[in-house]
Design a protein around this ligand. Sequence first.
Ligand code: ADP
Ligand code: MG
Length: 779
Amino acid sequence: GSVMEKVLQRQSLRMRNMQRSWQESPEGKKMLEFRKSLPSFREKERLLKEIALNQVVVISGETGCGKTTQLPQYILESEIESGRGAFCNIICTQPRRISAIAVSERVSTERGEPLGESIGFKVRLEGMKGKNTHLLFCTSGILLRRLLSDRNLSGVTHVFVDEIHERGMNEDFLLIVLKELLPRRRDLRLILMSATLNAELFSDYFGGAPIIHIPGFTYPVRPHFLEDILEITGYKLTSFNQIDDYGQERLWKTQKQLAPHKRKNQITSLVEDAVNKSNFDSYSPRVRDSLACWSPDSIGFNLIEAVLCHICRKERSGAVLVFMTGWEDISCLRNQIKAHPLLGDPNRVLLLTCHGSMATSEQKLIFEKAAPNIRKIVLATNMAEASITINDVVFVVDCGKAKETTYDALNNTPCLLPSWISQASARQRRGRAGRVQPGECYHLYPRCVYEAFSEYQLPELLRTPLNSLCLQIKSLQVGSIGEFLSAALQPPKPLAVQNAIEFLKMIGALDENENLSYLGKYLSVLPVDPKLGKMLIMGAIFRCFDPVLTIVAGLSVRDPFLLPQDKKDLAGTAKSRFSAKDYSDHMALVRAYEGWKDAEREGSAYEYCWRNFLSAQTLQAIHSLRKQFTFILKDAGLLEPDAATNNKLSHNQSLVRAVICSGLFPGVASIVHRETSMSFKTMDDGPVMLYANSVNARYQTISYPWLVFGEKVKVNTVFIRDSTGVPDSILILFGGKLSCGATPGHLKMLQGYIDFFMDPSLAECYLKLKDELAMLLQR
Ligand code: ADP
Ligand code: MG
């Protein structure tokens, strides 16, 4: 190894020279000045010492104090300075792809280098890193994937796991794996970073690792709760009937159908109690009236608009950060604001959005200062809560909710509801206003509601289905899934684990003894949900790759069909134009995408999207995801080099339908036709409803007995989002594991079915390709 050693030494010297010459350049000096002003700088020496002395260190500090951009950089710099730069290999994980990219860009700027030199990033399907990269920012998912193929993380010297306070599933999973790895890699350093102060929990998990707190400088932020806001803005809450009820119109409508005593949830009655008993009299009559009809769901866009107007008219200068629940709400509110005489005036207001799937160009604008006399307003999801820092924010508007998936293990159903945030989140949101000067925070809920929030959010591991996770655990070859997960910081319920295992068996990813099948092995390396991964593989095997690729890309980004609150009917009609009576939202998606490609070629993409209620941004995202998936499948040897072969059968509708079914199974609902209506039941007999803008919701009857669906979501009732009608024959041939775990015996049996159901084209495809299928399965 001495030749290697020499090469690395030479490289280290080069790195030191480059670092020094940057630090001595005028720009470099200026940057260093800025970096020295961050609170974390004062702790630098202590941090380096503790990290050298301890295998695990826990670090907490206010958001913006310089944890993410500075701490990994301190290690890199000090290694480079001591002439060991090329020997270190630092990984820093982020919960979200967008923060991994933003942070790596920032750090490379701070070092006066292009991205991909000493600093790189890697996120799902995208990355920029070179042979000189020694500090890599990646998503926690990427590090997990790396651990699958490299259990010892060989060559890595430091691992930073960032934002652990969020308790994301991948972070919790990483901690189990790393905890097990540490005794085998005594030289590896693990640094955990968190914004809020539950650091003891993590320290205890690692046997009392030292905790370093970075005291921050933030200015005080004055909280205003709903009662004050009503007073300040003069806004009057109307009754529940407000049409633009914040984000939950439908939910609220269904609530209205309930008997009045059942309408109120716990928090509502809590508010009423508080309002009735406590200092209700001290409020003015107007506020009293308003509060009396306050309900958690009656916070409208109008109230947010009123607060924004108040800030623009009456308050000092400074940017405004508005926390919303999700992308749909952000875009609805943005449209509403754009029509407002003051807020929509581009000479007075710079309106920006910040969410997980925004374009990089848009991302840069968020960090820039607005021109003087222009008010910057950023509508954001809870992404802006901790992982992204917008410096000039002085005002925060907090709707009090975040879209959170919860998981109902008993019914094996994920629920996606905007739900109340925790007190920790509310404080965190508030803190975002005090970065540059004292700030103001408008919480759009009464103080007593805040007091009823739970202290911390439930960890993701306890509130999501574990399908993907269990598949990954299996491919780590660490034995029983249940046993492995019982080592988590807070282990999930056995029933949730059991459900996931059953699911993986059902789709053929695990065999009867819980061992990975060939399919399972492929699925564990594809960076998509196992169901979608299976659909992709089947699309490749059955030579109808292109349409399937679009569907999978669409399902893993989000629905490109927009559903503006005030134009639901028009939007639904526009979507149904793509359905061509084939009873499939998935095929409609394919047509919409292909239409968009054509329109783009003709230069009319904008009009096309506008006319059809399509999101150009989402279509663009689908487009790039398609490329990336193709690359990965080629890389895994699942695709032929030429597109024509892979698409030989793409025109065969019934085959595409079959492949959709093979991926979405066991998401199957039976259609119960009545005289004038239909109802739907899932395999476990639960009633479900169709989403309003599903093409299938517009038919009186559907000429198939079954619907396969991608996702079922509980929003009071259980809804299925997008669905495709399938006949019996397809369900039997392609549902379940038959299709991929097929033994010669199975195929013989299938042949019988094919004769029986007499869909010759399908039968031909299946039989023609069964040899290829069998070969793939034996690899
Ligand atoms: P933490 O991880 O503790 O929340 P960061 O390391 O992300 O803090 O950020 C530290 C500081 O660096 C921020 O307060 C901000 O001033 C600055 N900063 C971070 N990212 C950017 C950026 N993209 N552009 C300009 N300044 C940035
Ligand atoms: Mg950070």
